[in-house]
Design a protein around this ligand. Structure first.
Ligand SMILES: *Cc1c(COP(=O)(O)O)cnc(C)c1O
Length: 390
């Protein structure tokens, strides 16, 4: 093998640092498990520090394994560039903090991912940045809230209630008001929704969910224009320091290889289970975008996460304890099926608006439909429903 670091990183003054086939033909990209990268000469170090050359220096800034993951997600989302983070929340907080200043206002859709909501209410509020929440399905309400806002923060479908939004229309409203539109696209994954192609400026993922796909990674990524990502890379990431690790990037590269196949399977099984629950006499409401009429333009499929409400005849603790295939636990996006009862998470605090945000129904249950046999998944749910009838 005749690969010294110059061959690997190339000489061009571009941030594209890594090209898989050039590493001895390895079909799986190597893990660059190192903190620093040495220079071949004084001159090379000087050129790099003068900005004439871009190459890895220290893994808090640029690491080739991380870079390979970033390039793939940028391509999948149809964005110029992307930047990895240590978690979905590091991605969300870094993207938002790169734009807002004290005194600014954000408009966000209701039923955000609860920790994004807590970041807004518990961190940004103390920095004198306020957030107004609107129903993203009500374009007139969004329009009314926008004047003066710096950011329109979106999630579609939303957490827990799975409301879908017309992203082209919302992105256009943000643009008209000179605001940056950002969307958490974790639920749909790039396989089913590419918000940047619909006009959204910034696309964020919790890579801990479908991108990783095996419940063994916590990571996040932000995709957007070259300018936005360059600013995030140079002004925010080095100082907040929430970098993605090479090993986790390697697991994510592996996850991406099966992402489309996994998403098809999650979609198929979840639609089957959701339909059976919708038809069940103890279900009083079902929140799954695929069973709520036509999908909005730009949402080209549905994933494995949805919720539903049981009649008061079902004892929720007994139902959860009776499940065998479905495990009780938060997060989602991996192989395993999971259940989260809203009764438990509703009591978490989230600042002054928490009652409003967590106003999800008492009998609501969230399911993640994993990759097990869907007939087995349904048998498990059916026996647990029978066991929990009062
Ligand atoms: C889990 C999740 C996040 C946060 O991601 P972490 O990787 O856990 O920090 C953000 N948004 C949504 C919709 C999520 O489900």
């Amino acid at each position: 093998m005749n690969n010294n670091h110059k061959d690997v990183f190339g000489a061009a003054a571009t941030i594209v640092a890594y090209d898989e086939p050039h590493i001895a033909g390895a079909v799986v990209p190597p893990i660059f498990q190192n903190s620093l990268f040495t220079f071949s000469s004084f001159e090379e170090m000087a050129e790099t520090y003068a900005g004439q050359k871009t190459r890895p220096v220290y893994s808090r800034g640029l690491n080739p394994t991380v870079r390979a993951f970033e390039e793939k997600v940028a391509a999948l989302e149809g964005c110029d560039d992307a930047l990895g983070f240590a978690s979905g929340m590091a991605a969300i907080s870094s993207a938002v903090l790169s734009v807002v200043r004290p005194g600014d206002r954000i408009v966000a859709v209701e039923h955000l991912y609860p920790d994004a909501f807590r970041f807004f209410e518990m961190v940004l509020r103390d920095l004198d940045i306020t957030v107004d929440y609107v129903d993203g399905r009500d374009h007139a309400a969004v329009e009314r809230a926008m004047p003066g806002a710096r950011v329109l923060y979106l999630e579609s479908p939303t957490s827990w209630m799975f409301h879908t939004h017309d992203l082209s229309a919302l992105a256009a409203i943000a643009r008209r008001h000179g605001a940056v539109s950002m969307i958490d696209n974790s639920w749909a994954s790039p396989v089913f929704q590419n918000p940047a192609r619909l006009g959204c400026d910034v696309v964020i993922h919790s890579a801990s969910k479908y991108l990783g796909g095996h419940s063994d990674v916590v990571a996040g990524i932000v995709a957007g224009s070259s300018d936005f990502i360059a600013r995030l890379r140079t002004h925010i990431l080095p100082y907040l320091g929430g970098k993605l690790s090479a090993f986790e990037a390697w697991l994510l590269l592996r996850g991406l290889r099966t992402l489309p196949a996994r998403m098809r399977e999650h979609q198929r099984s979840a639609l089957m289970i959701a339909q059976k629950l919708a038809d069940h006499p103890e279900t009083v409401a079902l929140h799954h975008p695929g069973l709520a009429g036509p999908l909005p333009d730009g949402l080209n499929g549905t994933s494995g996460l949805f919720s539903f409400e049981f009649s008061p005849r079902i004892n929720i603790p007994v139902f959860c304890n009776a499940l065998r295939i479905f495990k009780i636990g938060v997060s989602w996006g991996g192989h395993e099926s999971l259940v989260v009862p809203a009764q438990v998470t509703r009591v978490q605090t989230g600042g002054p608006n928490s009652a409003l945000r967590f106003g999800v129904p008492e009998q609501l249950v969230r399911l993640h439909i994993g990759l097990e046999n869907p007939d087995d998944q349904w048998s498990d749910l059916k026996q647990a429903i029978e066991a929990s009838l009062r």
